[in-house]
Design a protein around this ligand. Structure first.
Ligand SMILES: O=C(CO)COP(=O)(O)O
Length: 253
């Protein structure tokens, strides 16, 4: 059984004060919740304070990005060692906003994935097609290439332990969600590909999330699909009520 992972990607939202206040509310809202894993991924500045606030709770911590090197002269960057020490379990890698605005390639993502695994962080590796690619019928070709390149050179055991997030770019922050059937189809395709890359057992274990305008109203149907093992939530993860409702939708499924 794959335990669904509901992760909130806060992007560049919330000061330290706002983050701590939010997490206090979320802890209360999710007290006693079991059977799903819940993670929050605040901006770097709030990680330390949020980590302290989460101690002893059923919510875990993730970061939104990292550098591939352990340390070095890379002004403005954060290393996997730093994230691990602060208490992160997850790190989002290759988010489409990183690819689009910061020029991250699949090769960059691959190097970061390997560095994350080396330091005991679980990567949440994001893939997804743009609107024109979907409309041209190239979704599987684009997503397939991203998966193959971003996860190249990993063993079956390594693949089994990570998380892939299918996030169609046209559904991010637009209010436009992939239909549950479309999302299921791509997630199942990714799982097949991972079976080719790392074997059936790895494919059976790896968790594949869906992301892109997930909200309380559509969460249950998306999370009810057999190959959707949780959600990577942007906007709706910034409010306790909406994120809590999405977590509860996963519990029902
Ligand atoms: O990019 C996302 C999560 O990583 C999705 O963002 P929205 O949920 O705001 O569409």
């Amino acid at each position: 059984m794959r335990i669904p992972l509901l992760a909130g990607n806060w992007k560049m939202y919330k000061t330290v004060t706002e983050a701590v206040e939010f997490v206090r509310g979320l802890k209360e809202a999710l007290a006693g919740v079991q059977g799903v894993e819940v993670a929050v991924c605040p901006p770097f500045t709030a990680l330390y304070a949020v980590a302290r606030e989460l101690e002893g709770s059923n919510i875990v911590l993730g970061a939104q990005n990292m550098h591939r090197a352990e340390e070095g002269a890379y002004t403005g960057e954060i290393s996997p060692v730093m994230l691990k020490e602060i208490g992160c379990r997850y790190v989002i890698l290759g988010h489409s906003e990183r690819r689009q605005y910061f020029g991250e390639s699949d090769e960059d993502v691959n190097a970061k994935v390997k560095a994350a695994l080396k330091h005991g962080l679980v990567p949440i590796v994001c893939v997804g097609e743009r609107l024109e690619e979907r409309e041209a019928g190239h979704t599987e070709r684009v997503v397939g290439a991203q998966v193959r390149r971003s996860l190249a050179g990993l063993s079956g055991t390594e693949l089994a332990g990570l998380v892939v997030a299918y996030e169609p770019v046209w559904a991010i922050g637009t209010g436009r969600t992939a239909s549950p059937e479309d999302a299921q189809q791509v997630n199942a395709f990714i799982r097949c590909l991972l079976a080719e890359m790392g074997g059936q057992e790895a494919a059976r274990q790896v968790r594949i999330q869906y992301g892109g305008s997930v909200k309380p109203e559509n969460a249950a149907e998306l999370l009810g699909q057999p190959d959707i093992d949780g959600a990577l939530v942007g906007g709706a993860s910034l409010k306790v009520d909406s994120f809590g409702a999405i977590v509860r939708a996963a519990l029902r499924e």
